[in-house]
Design a protein. Structure first.
Lengths: 315, 260
C-alpha cells in the first residue's frame, strides 16, 4: 500500500516537473518600491538552466490611464509573464515600453508587446538589429528551453533625452553611455525613482562585454549628482541611497587599475584571470566569473598600452 | 553541465590516484585512461605521437578559463614546474578542426608559454612535453565554448593587418631574482585558418627568439588556431637584449630587437 502511495506521489512529482518545464514559470512577483512604481526583481546569479535567465530587474510604472514598462527580460515567456504580472496590479493597458540597452536579458521579452510601443536609444536599436540573433542564440545555449519561441524584436521608436509625459506620469529620459555605447535611464518625477539599467549594479559584480570604463565612471559621477529617492539598478536589490553607485564605481576603478598594474608587470591574460580578488569584493555575487570575463573583454587593449613598438630589423 | 564536470573531476581524481604507481613503472600511457575523457584521444595519440611513449603527468599544467568568453581569443597558459629536461612542447585542442596550435623548442627558456587561440567548440586543451628520455608528458584541461572561432574570418574585424603586417610590439621584464626574463610579444597578423569561406589560410608559422649573438633561446612553430594578432609570453633563461625573427606561410618576414 505504502509502495503504491510512493509511486503515486512520484508520478505527481514528475507531472508537476513536466508542467513547470512546459510553462517556464519565472514566478515574477511585482514589488512596489514607490507610489505606482513596481520592480520584478531578478536573482543576482549568472544565466543558468535553473533560473531561465531571470537575473535582471525589470519594472513598470502605473499612470492614470496606462502603464510604462522598463525592459522586457530574457525571453518571450518572461515578457508574457511580465505582462501577466502587470495585470495582477492594474487592468490598464501598456502604453510604452523602454529598453535600457542592447543586452539579451533586457530586451528578449519584446515579443510580448506590440512592436510600435517599444522605444530605445538609436544605438540600442541598431545594436539589437545587428547582434540580436547572436545574443539570442547564445542565451539559448546558456538557459535552454526557457528560450523557446523567442524571436528578436527591435524597438520601433527612438527614445529622446528630455522630459516626456506618458499616462499622466512625468518622466525624464536620460541618454548615457559606459556600460554599452547607448544606455538609457528613466526618472519618474513624482516619486523621484531612477531606473539606471546596467549603469548601476548592486551586490553583484558588473558586466563589461561592451563597456567603456572611462565613460562609465564619468556617467556614474553624473548619476551621483542626481536628486533621486529610489534607485532601481539593472541587477541587485533596489536602494534608497547612493551606496550602489559607490559600489559599482569602486569595482570598476579597481578593475581597470589592477589590469593596468598586471600589464605593467608583464602578466599574460591567463595569469591575470587567476589573480586573487580583494576582500571587499568577495561578497559581490558571481564576482569571480565576471572578473574572468572582464579580463577577456578589457585586457587585450590594456596590455597593448604596456608593450612598446619594436623597431624593425632588416631580416 | 555541473554533473558532467563533476563526473570528469571524479574520473580525474581516480586517475591521479592510479598515476603515481603507473608513472613509476613505465613511461607509457598503455592501460591508462585519458584523464580528460576525450573522444579524440586515441586519434590525437595516433596522429601526433604514434609509437612514442606518452604518460599523463599532473606536473604539466594547462591553465585556461572554464568558458571561452571570446571564442576567437581564448587565453591559455602552459607550465610544468617540477619537470626538467624538456626539449619540446606541443599544444593541442582535441576537438578543433585544426588540432595542433603550436610547438615550442625551449632551448634556453622555461618550458611553457602563454598565448591565445581560436576555438571551434568545447574541447580538451592539452600540453605535451617531451623530456630528454623521449617520453611525452601530458597535462590538460577542458574548455567550454560556444564556438565558431575557427570558421570565423579574422580580419573581418579591423583589416588592421593590411597596412601593418608583421609590426611588432614587445617588452622584457626581469623575473625570479634576475634568473629569467619574461618576454611578451605581439605581432600584427590575420592568422587566417583557411576554414572561413573565401579566405585562404594565411598564418605565422615560425618565431625565433635569439640572444644578441644570434644564439637561439626559443623557437615557436605556430599554426592556424593561434588568435589574430598573436600575443605570446615566454620566460627566457637569459638576461639582456633579445632579437626576434619570424615568417608566415607566404614568406613574409618580421623581426626586431627588444632591450630590457
Amino acid at each position: 500500500m505504502s509502495r503504491i502511495l510512493l509511486v503515486a506521489a512520484g508520478t505527481v512529482c514528475l507531472f508537476a516537473l513536466a508542467v513547470q518545464a512546459a510553462t517556464n514559470d519565472y514566478a515574477l512577483k511585482p514589488s512596489a518600491v514607490a507610489d505606482g512604481i513596481y520592480v520584478l526583481p531578478g536573482l543576482t546569479e549568472n544565466f543558468s538552466r535553473e533560473n531561465g535567465g531571470n537575473i535582471v530587474n525589470t519594472g513598470f510604472i502605473v499612470g492614470s490611464d496606462g502603464v510604462i514598462v522598463i525592459d522586457t527580460g530574457p525571453s518571450r515567456d518572461y515578457g508574457r509573464q511580465q505582462r501577466a504580472s502587470i495585470a495582477t496590479v492594474t487592468p490598464l493597458p501598456v502604453r510604452q515600453v523602454y529598453i535600457t540597452h542592447a543586452h539579451p536579458d533586457h530586451f528578449l521579452g519584446d515579443q510580448a508587446y506590440s512592436p510600435d510601443l517599444i522605444a530605445a536609444l538609436p544605438g540600442t536599436s541598431a545594436a539589437i538589429r545587428k547582434n540580436g540573433e547572436l545574443l539570442s542564440d547564445n542565451l539559448y545555449r546558456l538557459v535552454g528551453g526557457w528560450m523557446i519561441g523567442t524571436e528578436v524584436v527591435a524597438p520601433s521608436q527612438d527614445a529622446v533625452s528630455g522630459p516626456v509625459t506618458i499616462a499622466g506620469r512625468k518622466l525624464k529620459l536620460m541618454a548615457a553611455a559606459g556600460h554599452t555605447d547607448s544606455d538609457l535611464m528613466i526618472f519618474d518625477e513624482a516619486t523621484k525613482t531612477l531606473f539606471t539599467g546596467d549603469l548601476v549594479f548592486h551586490r553583484r559584480a558588473a558586466t563589461t562585454p561592451n563597456a567603456d570604463i572611462a565613460r562609465w565612471l564619468a556617467t556614474l559621477d553624473e548619476i551621483d549628482k542626481l536628486d533621486f529617492v529610489v534607485l532601481v539598478p539593472g541587477h541587485g536589490p533596489v536602494v534608497r541611497d547612493h551606496a550602489a553607485i559607490a559600489e559599482t564605481r569602486d569595482y570598476l576603478r579597481w578593475l581597470t587599475r589592477s589590469l593596468r598594474e598586471a600589464a605593467a608587470e608583464g602578466l599574460d591574460m591567463a595569469e591575470v584571470m587567476n589573480l586573487p580578488l580583494p576582500e571587499r569584493f568577495q561578497s559581490l555575487s558571481v564576482v569571480r566569473t565576471e572578473y574572468t570575463r572582464s579580463v577577456s573583454h578589457l585586457y587585450p587593449a590594456i596590455e597593448l598600452e604596456a608593450l612598446p613598438p619594436v623597431v624593425k630589423s632588416t631580416p | 553541465m555541473t554533473s558532467g564536470a563533476s563526473l570528469l573531476s571524479r574520473g580525474f581524481i581516480a586517475l591521479t590516484l592510479s598515476l603515481s604507481t603507473e608513472r613509476a613503472v613505465a613511461g607509457d600511457s598503455e592501460g591508462q585512461a585519458d584523464p580528460l575523457n576525450s573522444p579524440a584521444w586515441n586519434y590525437v595519440r595516433a596522429r601526433f605521437f604514434d609509437r612514442q611513449p606518452v604518460v599523463f603527468d599532473d606536473r604539466v599544467k594547462v591553465v585556461a578559463p572554464a568558458n571561452a568568453e571570446d571564442p576567437l581569443d581564448v587565453p591559455v597558459m602552459v607550465e610544468a614546474p617540477g619537470l626538467s629536461d624538456v626539449e619540446e612542447v606541443i599544444v593541442i585542442a582535441d576537438l578543433n578542426p585544426i588540432q595542433k596550435i603550436l610547438s615550442l623548442t625551449p632551448t634556453q627558456a622555461v618550458p611553457g608559454l602563454s598565448f591565445r587561440f581560436k576555438v571551434e567548440q568545447s574541447t580538451p586543451i592539452r600540453a605535451a612535453m617531451r623530456t630528454k628520455d623521449g617520453v611525452w608528458h601530458f597535462g590538460g584541461t577542458w574548455l567550454s565554448a560556444a564556438g565558431g572561432g575557427c570558421t570565423t574570418p579574422s580580419g573581418g574585424s579591423s583589416g588592421l593587418w593590411q597596412g601593418h603586417l608583421g609590426e611588432l610590439k614587445g617588452r622584457l621584464w626581469s623575473r625570479d631574482d634576475n634568473q629569467n626574463q619574461r618576454l611578451r610579444l605581439r605581432v600584427i597578423h590575420p592568422m587566417d585558418t583557411g576554414l572561413a569561406n573565401g579566405i585562404p589560410a594565411f598564418y605565422i608559422d615560425r618565431i625565433t627568439v635569439r640572444d644578441a649573438k644570434g644564439m637561439e633561446l626559443a623557437t615557436l612553430n605556430t599554426y592556424e588556431p593561434i588568435a589574430e594578432n598573436p600575443v605570446i609570453s615566454l620566460d627566457l633563461r637569459h638576461q639582456g637584449p633579445v632579437t626576434i625573427d619570424g615568417h608566415d606561410i607566404q614568406g613574409n618576414t618580421f623581426g626586431g630587437e627588444i632591450r630590457p
